[in-house]
Design a protein around this ligand. Structure first.
Ligand SMILES: Nc1c(NC[C@H](O)[C@H](O)[C@H](O)CO)[nH]c(=O)[nH]c1=O
Ligand SMILES: CC(=O)[C@@H](O)COP(=O)(O)O
Length: 164
């Protein structure tokens, strides 16, 4: 995979034990298993705890994060950060662009408008082969990358004194 790197120096960890929500889209089931393995492996390694919510497709992921934020405001579980996992593989129609662009846009809107720590592990690929290279924990490990990115954002929120 071109430009593969673990970007180790970019990652930091929160001081306290963090609790995250992984929101995984299972549109491509086997790839979802691979992404989840990477993400949970990275969170376990960091000593973080997590819940997992499964949705049908990547377009559903941002709304679930909103539900969790609403739930926390109503006295439910508070999550320090979120990991979004999914795979979008180009088909024959414009649908790919909608799912890829809109899921990403909504995650970015949430992260900057609501100051939410999110790691985006939604793959957007031309074909299955590209997706597998990126999803496998032993190769691109984009699930693990997204989890480490979420932990880094939680740590940066802490460091900069933002409300958790
Ligand atoms: N084609 C892909 C989808 N499409 C499904 C949508 O995400 C959504 O579930 C549907 O429109 C119902 O609201 N999702 C993926 O994650 N990956 C795809 O390749
Ligand atoms: C995300 C997609 O493009 C795909 O799953 C849908 O395929 P198609 O555009 O051929 O309907």
């Amino acid at each position: 995979m071109a430009g593969t790197s673990q970007h180790g120096k970019a990652f930091i960890r929160p001081k306290a034990k963090a609790h995250l929500l992984i929101v995984e889209a299972r549109f491509h089931d086997d790839l979802a298993d691979a992404l989840l393995e990477g993400a949970t492996g990275a969170l376990d390694e960091a000593g973080a705890t997590y819940d997992v919510v499964t949705v049908p497709g990547s377009l559903e992921i941002p709304a679930v994060i909103c539900f969790a934020l609403d739930g926390a405001a109503e006295g439910g579980t508070h999550y320090d950060g979120f990991v979004a996992l999914g795979t979008i593989i180009r088909g024959d129609t414009y649908h790919f662009d909608i799912v890829a662009n809109e899921s990403s846009r909504a995650l970015m809107d949430l992260s900057v408008q609501e100051a939410v720590a999110i790691g985006n592990g939604i793959l957007t690929t031309e074909n299955d082969a590209q997706a597998w290279t990126r999803a496998k924990k032993t190769e691109g490990d984009k699930g693990g990358f997204a989890a480490r990115a979420a932990l880094t954002m939680i740590a940066l929120k802490e460091k900069l004194g933002a409300q958790s």
